[in-house]
Design a protein around this ligand. Structure first.
Ligand code: ADP
Ligand code: MG
Length: 270
């Protein structure tokens, strides 16, 4: 469904040149839940922005159902890490969730139903009339998820969405995402720097190298579909998988050190 082929992104400007993506290739099938994991600064956000059509790659392409992505696509929704900055503080929760629907051709009634349904899905029906700043961080991130759900995306892109919440809330949100994925049959691409989270959530884990980023390895997570925070994380197979991912990331880091990263400071030689 989603095909990323030889994707390159070079940021250039102000005398600086950063090769963020260096030829990424991978595919995601319809209805899959894939986690992308890679070291900080490796280009994960850059990649998601290219997939969402918010950023134009400098090489290669992204195809959705065979069609090249050249701009924001109606079937794709993106949930960002910084929920605090992605919600409008002067709009109530329901209004925040409804906002993107105003660009869709639908009646008011249908819009309201979608908002109510999305808020119910994330357990926030009672908070519909509140302002984002009256909610905890975890609840704010639920609002951001509801906003994406109301949009009825076929592809849900999530960029380290739980990096800023406490461990307990994070566990709840992870289970929420898996539940929504199973219920709604969306294709989910979940970016994280957290190895355990990637293995717990994904059907597959794509391990990225340091930038200029390529796909280092793809692992199938052969854990049962019904997962739970205690049992799954205690399973021997879970430990094996997380070790494999960990070793790949360590190797990626070493490789990057050998190549003289940091790219941020690297002079433009190529
Ligand atoms: P990640 O999300 O994995 O932490 P990013 O995609 O945010 O990584 O960034 C990858 C690299 O690209 C970093 O070196 C970062 O400094 C650089 N970068 C990101 N956005 C820009 C930009 N708008 N202009 C220049 N460099 C950028
Ligand atoms: Mg990022």
């Amino acid at each position: 469904m989603l095909d990323v082929h030889d994707l390159h992104k070079v940021y250039a400007g102000s005398g600086r040149r950063v090769a963020a993506l260096g030829g990424l290739t991978f595919s995601v099938a319809a209805g899959e839940l894939v986690c992308l994991v890679g070291p900080s600064g490796c280009g994960k956000t850059t990649l998601l922005k290219c997939l969402a059509g918010l950023l134009t790659p400098t090489g290669g392409d992204v195809r959705l159902d065979g069609r090249r992505v050249t701009g924001p696509t109606p079937g794709t929704a993106l949930v960002l890490q910084e929920y605090g900055r992605s919600l409008f503080p002067w709009l109530r929760v329901a209004e925040n969730v409804e906002l993107p629907l105003r660009h869709k051709d639908m009646g008011r009634r249908r819009r309201r139903d979608l908002v109510a349904d999305a808020l119910a899905s994330v357990g926030l029906t009672d908070a519909a009339g509140a302002y984002p700043w009256q909610l905890s961080g975890g609840m704010q991130q639920r609002v951001a998820i509801a906003r994406a759900l109301a949009y009825e995306p076929r592809v849900l892109l999530m960029d380290e969405p739980f990096a800023a919440v406490d461990a307990q809330t994070r566990a709840e949100l992870e289970d929420l995402v898996r539940g929504l994925w199973r219920e709604r049959g969306m294709t989910v691409l979940f970016v994280t720097h957290d190895i355990d989270e990637a293995v717990y959530l994904g059907q597959r884990v794509v391990v990225l190298s340091a930038s200029p980023t390529v796909v280092r390895e793809e692992l199938t997570v052969d854990l049962p579909d019904a997962r739970d925070q205690v049992g799954t994380r205690a399973a021997p197979r879970f430990a094996e998988l997380r070790t494999q991912v960990y070793e790949q990331i360590q190797a990626a880091r070493r490789g990057a050190a050998g190549l003289g990263r940091d790219t941020d400071q690297a002079p433009s030689t190529t």
